[in-house]
Unconditional design. Structure first.
Length: 328
């Protein structure tokens, strides 16, 4: 008798679980089919940057497929934008497009008001923007291997320029130093104009710069380009090898534009946004338009973005800690 009661209870539990699962599936389908029912707002904190440009291009292309207006809302800084989205309702109507500062920023400063993993659900990497390693022409090197050899022969004698502590050029160089065992001295500037002027004048010998800004100087032979910082050769600087293929295996230091929604957003909404982004970034004309702004289209899955974040956080955490880097 007791066994019969237990068996009946187990059967009722299985039936309840099956019904609950079916209802959840129906609800998810309903969410996916009805979303969106109003305008979607993309929050970003980098006015005029590659992140901002990518946001606006993607927003204009998503409006049609989603059937609702997609608006870009710029805020005064990446931390403010991230904080706003982390506290937003997880309904898919508030979206964050940001760079690597979302997960690297907390490694550089205390009291960041959000957790990059806990408070956000990844959607996709929209694009990547590599840097280019350039040196002053007076430096007797034409390859990365030659630069490493010279830096090791003259430890502390070569200066690199950077726009600020914790900035892109700083982190790219510190990663390079850590992976090559070299001692390069950082000189930090408050403006790009001052940084470039000192590089052209030979007061600093190298930097990791923006390809669009460095290309005219390289063509004029005022600077010499050695390599790009992406894992694969870049259409932004055709014919130039990668740092990784030039004797520093696995080196990668790229700016990213990535999309997130608040944590606990329905998986159906995450999947819908990811699918639409992939379609947008798969179009040849969109890829070409992004490339003209200095961004290489990607269109990753949520899982690929999450894996990229884990890899970069682990790698940069070690570099930042060992170099004692703090953001200005």
């Amino acid at each position: 008798m007791h066994g019969h009661i237990v068996s009946s209870a187990a059967e009722r539990w299985k039936s309840t679980l099956l019904v609950t699962t079916m209802l959840a599936s129906v609800a998810a389908d309903g969410v996916c089919q009805s979303y969106p029912m109003k305008a979607v707002r993309i929050i970003t904190g980098s006015v005029g940057s590659n992140v901002d440009v990518s946001s606006r291009l993607v927003a204009s292309e998503l409006t049609g497929p989603l059937g609702q207006q997609v608006i870009v809302d710029n805020r005064a800084g990446a931390v403010i934008a991230g904080d706003l989205v982390s506290k937003a309702a997880p309904d898919g109507y508030t979206v964050l497009v940001t760079g690597g500062s979302l997960w690297v920023g907390p490694l550089l400063r205390d009291n960041t008001p959000y957790d990059a993993v806990r408070d956000f659900s990844p959607i996709a990497i929209l694009g990547k923007a590599p840097a280019v390693l350039v040196v002053h022409p007076s430096l007797p090197v034409k390859t990365v291997a030659e630069l490493v050899a010279l830096a090791k022969a003259r430890p502390g004698a070569l200066n690199y320029s950077s726009g600020g502590a914790g900035g892109a050029a700083h982190l790219s160089t510190e990663l390079f130093k850590a992976m090559t065992g070299t001692n390069l001295v950082g000189i930090f500037y408050k403006s790009d104009a001052m940084q470039v002027a000192d590089l052209l004048g030979g007061r600093t010998q190298l930097t990791f710069g923006n390809p669009s800004g460095m290309a005219p100087l390289v063509l004029a032979r005022k600077l010499r380009a050695l390599a790009v910082t992406s894992l694969r050769p870049s259409a932004l600087f055709p014919g130039l090898p990668t740092v990784a293929a030039s004797g520093v295996p696995d080196y990668e230091s790229v700016g990213v534009a990535a999309m997130f929604v608040p944590a606990r957003t329905a998986q159906a909404i995450v999947a819908r946004l990811s699918e639409e982004i992939a379609k947008v970034l798969g179009a040849t004309d969109i890829r070409e338009r992004l490339l003209r702004t200095g961004v290489e289209a990607v269109g990753s899955t949520p899982e690929e973005l999450a894996a990229f974040m884990r890899t970069e956080t682990a790698r940069m955490s070690k570099v930042i800690k060992e170099a004692g880097i703090r953001a200005e």
